[in-house]
Write a protein that binds this ligand. Structure first.
Ligand SMILES: [Fe+2]
Ligand SMILES: [Fe+2]
Length: 211
C-alpha cells in the first residue's frame, strides 16, 4: 500500500468522535442545520441515501478515469463498495420507516465545488482529490452533528459509524494527493479550496439535506 506523510494534521483514527476536533473546515455548520434535519428526518434520510450512492459512483468514475494509477484504482474500488454499503444501510432505514427512495436531484454544493476544478492533467487530478477530501470532511462534520443530536440507540450508532467512515475518507483522499502530487502544489491548493468550500457552504440555504 502507498504511504503518505501526514502533514495536514490528519488524525490517524478517531475512535469515538463526538465532533471532529481536527477538522480542516473553515465554516462550522450552525445548530439551525441540525434542527432542520431533526424536524424532517425523512427528507434527510432520502437525501443521505442519494449522497452515498453518488459517492460510490464518484469512486467508480475516478478509477475509470485513471486506470493506470494502481493505488488510486485499489483505493477507489474499496471506496465504491464501502459507499454503496452505506447506501444499502440508509435504504434499510428508509424502508423501515415506510418510505421509498426518490429520484436524484442535483446537489448545489457539489456542483459549486465542481465548477472550481481546473483543467489540465495534473491540476485536475489534484483538484478532484482535494475536493473529494473536503466533501468527505464536511460529511464527517454533519453526520457527527446528527449523531450527537439523536437519542441513544441504533440510529445514533449508525450515524456515529457513518461519521467515522467519512472522516477516514477525508484522510484517504489527502493521502492519495500526497502520493501523486508535490507537497507545495497540494498545500497551496488545499488552502484555496478550503476557503472556497467555506464560502460555498456558508452561502447555501440550510435545509434538511446533507448539503
Ligand atoms: Fe459514505
Ligand atoms: Fe465517504
Amino acid at each position: 500500500m502507498f504511504t503518505a506523510d501526514l502533514a495536514f494534521n490528519i488524525p490517524p483514527t478517531c475512535p469515538a468522535i463526538r465532533t471532529m476536533p481536527q477538522s480542516p473546515l473553515r465554516y462550522t455548520t450552525p445548530p439551525a442545520w441540525t434542527e432542520l434535519v431533526l424536524a424532517d428526518f425523512d427528507s434527510f434520510l432520502l437525501d443521505h441515501a442519494a449522497a452515498e450512492k453518488k459517492a460510490s459512483g464518484m469512486a467508480i468514475a475516478m478509477l475509470s478515469h485513471y486506470p493506470d494509477r494502481v493505488e488510486l484504482v485499489a483505493a477507489m474500488a474499496d471506496l465504491a463498495v464501502e459507499e454503496l454499503t452505506h447506501y444499502r444501510e440508509v435504504v434499510k432505514w428508509i424502508h423501515r420507516r415506510g418510505l421509498i427512495t426518490a429520484a436524484d436531484r442535483k446537489d448545489p454544493y457539489v456542483l459549486a465545488l465542481r465548477d472550481c476544478m481546473r483543467r489540465g492533467r495534473e491540476v485536475y487530478l489534484l483538484d478532484r482529490l482535494l475536493t473529494a477530501s473536503i466533501i468527505e470532511a464536511r460529511g464527517a462534520e454533519r453526520f457527527a452533528l446528527v449523531a450527537n443530536a439523536l437519542q441513544a440507540g441504533p440510529l445514533q450508532r449508525f450515524y456515529q459509524s457513518i461519521a467515522r467512515s467519512e472522516e477516514r475518507h477525508y484522510t484517504l483522499f489527502l493521502q492519495l494527493a500526497q502520493h501523486y502530487l508535490a507537497r507545495e502544489q497540494i498545500q497551496q491548493r488545499w488552502e484555496e479550496l478550503l476557503d472556497i468550500e467555506a464560502a460555498i457552504a456558508a452561502d447555501l440555504p440550510l435545509r434538511a439535506a446533507l448539503h
